[in-house]
Design a binder for this molecule. Structure first.
Ligand code: PMP
Length: 320
């Protein structure tokens, strides 16, 4: 049975329900995170990736939306481990913490409202095709500006902008949208940051181009520098640079490192997964699955030896 953290305790997911008048449901007044737990089959372990960094970002998002998150980073990490253990999945998972305006009240505002925190866990495989690469289009929807809804905060209401772009892309036969800023620079995907490979250099938009400062983005920048000696330039990117880049890939907790093989019906590079993208992907997957001990500080094992699913059943059954 799946479990959620709801109203300060772990309960069956089926019992975690909110009322129809809840403020966040009507006005998008909530902040969230998406955290992956990656299943390592040899060790029968789920490694939660960069949990502390996700919760630091959640605290920052809450400041923007005047949300009170009554747990420290350490408490949130502990709660997450406890919930994942209770769920006992033996596959890749996605953890969704949400801080929301929980008052049952009508009226657009951020003040004079109660807040609450909830979290649930779902099994989660690949979000985009990481093996073959994907096709993208530049969206006719512009990325929302910092003075409208700040993209650096992971605000639920902001995702209407992403949803418009994603659905337009998919209905037009593409896999993902790349949004431009109001002044026409490349910003990001609907739920991913974007990188171009130009020669032996990575290029990615800066924070001021209305991107979410992705944790996967940061991971890739560090892995490229430390493991491959490849520097990343953070600068404005013109739309037409998308058409002349040697390689392109998207990064995100859900998307991992997803190669982009076509943009606006033009082939990117050779039209196959690029060499540098492929190498980065391999490095990244080893790190997130806990196979590269050098980056130990980035992952939190969810199961203790005793609680490892299948530890007493020969690995055939789920716990919980
Ligand atoms: N941009 C947007 C709009 C996103 O929703 C996400 C996913 N959280 C990202 C970028 C990538 O961020 P991260 O690598 O931290 O998941």
């Amino acid at each position: 049975m799946p479990y959620a953290f709801f109203h300060k305790q772990i309960v069956p997911l089926s019992q975690a329900k909110i009322g129809v008048v809840t403020h966040a449901l009507h006005y998008g007044t909530a902040c969230f995170e998406g955290i992956r737990g990656n299943w390592n089959a040899e060790e029968r372990q789920i490694y939660l990736f960069r949990v502390k960094d996700h919760y630091e970002r959640l605290h920052r998002s809450c400041r923007v939306l005047k949300l009170n998150l009554p747990h420290t980073i350490e408490e949130l990490e502990r709660l997450t481990v406890e919930l994942v253990e209770r769920n006992g999945y033996q596959e890749d998972i996605y953890i969704r913490p949400l801080v929301y305006k929980s008052s049952e009240a009508i009226g657009v505002r951020l003040h004079d409202l109660e807040d609450d925190f909830l979290m649930f866990v779902i099994p989660f495989g690949n979000y985009l095709d990481v093996e073959r690469g994907i096709s993208c289009c530049t969206s006719s929807w512009r990325r929302i500006d910092d003075n409208m809804i700040p993209a650096r905060a992971k605000i639920t209401g902001l995702y209407v902008n992403s949803a418009l772009a994603k659905t337009e892309a998919v209905e037009n036969g593409f896999d993902e949208a790349i949004m431009l800023t109001h002044d026409g620079h490349v910003s990001e995907g609907s739920g991913e940051n974007i990188f171009l490979v130009m020669g032996r250099k990575l290029v990615t938009p800066p924070a001021c181009d209305n991107i979410l400062l992705g944790i996967t983005r940061d991971t890739v920048i560090k892995l490229a520098a430390k493991e491959m000696g490849i520097e990343t330039e953070e600068r404005h990117i013109d739309r037409s640079e998308l058409y002349i880049a040697d390689e392109c890939f998207l990064t995100g907790t859900a998307a991992h490192v997803t190669p982009v093989t076509g943009i606006d019906r033009r082939q990117v590079g050779s039209g196959q997964i690029g060499e540098i993208t492929g190498q980065l992907q391999k490095l990244y997957f080893d790190v997130v699955r806990g196979k590269n001990r050098k980056y130990r500080e980035w992952y939190t094992p969810a199961y203790t030896v005793a609680s490892r699913p299948g530890a007493t059943t020969g690995g055939k059954e789920h716990r919980g």
